[in-house]
Design a protein around this ligand. Structure first.
Ligand SMILES: [Zn+2]
Length: 119
């Protein structure tokens, strides 16, 4: 099976993919635990870097600030062009959706497998 890299999942999380690509990624998520783990990690990173930190440098600064107990200057707030509420929803929706689908799918698969095994 071909897997997607964390870079590719990051693109997915950031909505930087075309529609057919997104569908491909989503289909893969349903069948691949390995990629799901990577995806969840990336989504977590994206979520932490969300409020006003678009770049990796800002994310590092935020992590450093949390470690040292100092908060970064509220400098980059005006950098964000997107309304925070909308982008939050857009980020969380596929995450929540994939989660629900996966749990539902796993339960169904597990049940079907048990039924087959019993024959
Ligand atoms: Zn995979």
């Amino acid at each position: 099976m071909e897997h997607f890299s964390s870079e590719e999942w990051r693109k997915y999380a950031k909505n930087e993919l075309t529609e057919p690509e997104r569908e491909l990624y989503e289909d893969h998520l349903y069948i691949c635990d390995q990629c799901l783990e990577v995806y969840l990690e990336v989504m977590e990173e994206e979520e932490y870097s969300l409020p006003e930190m678009p770049g990796e440098e800002d994310f590092t600064n935020l992590v450093m600030a949390q470690i040292t107990g100092e908060f970064p200057k509220e400098a980059s707030k005006e950098q964000s062009g997107l309304p925070p509420k909308a982008s939050r929803f857009e980020r969380w929706f596929p995450f929540a959706f994939a989660g629900f689908m996966l749990i539902g799918g796993l339960v169904t698969m597990y049940r079907e497998k048990n039924q087959i095994d019993q024959d």
